[in-house]
Design a protein around this ligand. Structure first.
Ligand SMILES: Nc1ncnc2c1ncn2[C@@H]1O[C@H](COP(=O)(O)OP(=O)(O)OP(=O)(O)O)[C@@H](O)[C@H]1O
Ligand SMILES: [Mg+2]
Length: 267
């Protein structure tokens, strides 16, 4: 569920900025401000955080939030080890102690008690009270909290409360423009720019159907998948079906309609 790695700038995972998001992240980090990333699935949020953590030379702890995730999962708990009870830090506590970046992916999924923990950490106190041990940790220099969520999926029960949301700077991620998406997919897949251009055009058309037939448009991640299969020798129509059509819907009629669109765009 979590892991830490620390790469120095030169080895930072590839990330092509869409705008000034790298500057905003760096400024937020320098000024101890937490950051919220909003946007659809597969548009580069996780890659962006990994890239920035490496560029800033901070370890990164990523936590994939889910509806069972509780404050104790983030903070830590007493565990039995060889007949003794020992305290084991959770990923958030480790990040607070080490001055690392803690990335809470899909934070709205987490249980309500998580918000209570985040509040004193995300205002100017920067403290993490650990009730179970009686400790009150002050975040080490370099600590930063980053959270993400996909506003498209949230139902009314699962939005961030204003008192939580207004503790974070926010950046909105969207599907990239073609002139931005093509170099990303070329770089990630190794496929030539001409064929990637076709895939990106198709992706644009499929995104236009969001809300009518499709819950969410095709992500850059899926375009990278398709391009990777094609670069590996798979026929284009087969790769497109597996990577860009099948994942979008389970409805066979809609899929058939989407394949007509594929033929219209790609010939
Ligand atoms: N700006 C970008 N620079 C480099 N790669 C990108 C960029 N945008 C998207 N990608 C590619 O898209 C893939 C998916 O991105 P990523 O995993 O960061 O999405 P995400 O927004 O975190 O999605 P989710 O909400 O599903 O977690 C990456 O592995 C990478 O190949
Ligand atoms: Mg992600």
């Amino acid at each position: 569920m979590d892991g830490s790695f620390n790469l120095r700038g030169a080895d930072a995972p590839f990330y092509l900025p869409q705008g000034d998001e790298c500057d905003i992240f760096a400024a937020a980090h320098a000024k101890n401000l937490p950051l919220l990333l909003k946007g659809p699935t597969g548009c580069g949020k996780t890659r962006f955080v990994a890239h920035m953590a490496a560029k800033l030379g901070r370890p990164l702890y990523t936590v994939a939030c889910h509806d069972d995730l509780s404050a104790a999962d983030l903070i830590g708990r007493y565990l039995l080890k060889g007949g003794e009870t020992v305290w084991v830090d959770g990923p958030l506590t480790r990040a607070v102690r080490e001055g690392a970046i803690c990335y809470l992916d899909e934070v709205v999924e987490a249980r309500k008690d998580v918000a209570v923990v985040l509040h004193p950490l995300t205002d100017d106190r920067r403290i993490l009270p650990i009730d179970r041990t009686g400790e009150e940790l002050h975040a080490a220099p370099g600590f930063m909290l980053v959270a993400s969520y996909n506003p498209g999926y949230q139902n009314i029960m699962k939005t961030l409360k204003p008192s939580t949301r207004q503790r974070f700077l926010s950046l909105e991620f969207t599907f990239p423009r073609p002139e931005h998406e093509i170099p990303v997919v070329v770089r990630e897949s190794g496929l030539d720019a001409d064929r990637v251009g076709l895939l990106v055009r198709l992706a644009g058309k499929l995104r236009g159907l969001k809300g009518q037939d499709l819950e969410e448009g095709v992500s850059t991640r899926l375009v990278v998948y398709a391009a990777t299969l094609i670069a590996g020798g798979m026929a284009m129509d087969r790769a497109v079906r597996a990577a860009m059509i099948e994942p979008l819907t389970d409805d066979a009629d809609i899929r058939a309609g989407l394949m007509d669109l594929v033929v219209a765009v790609m010939g």
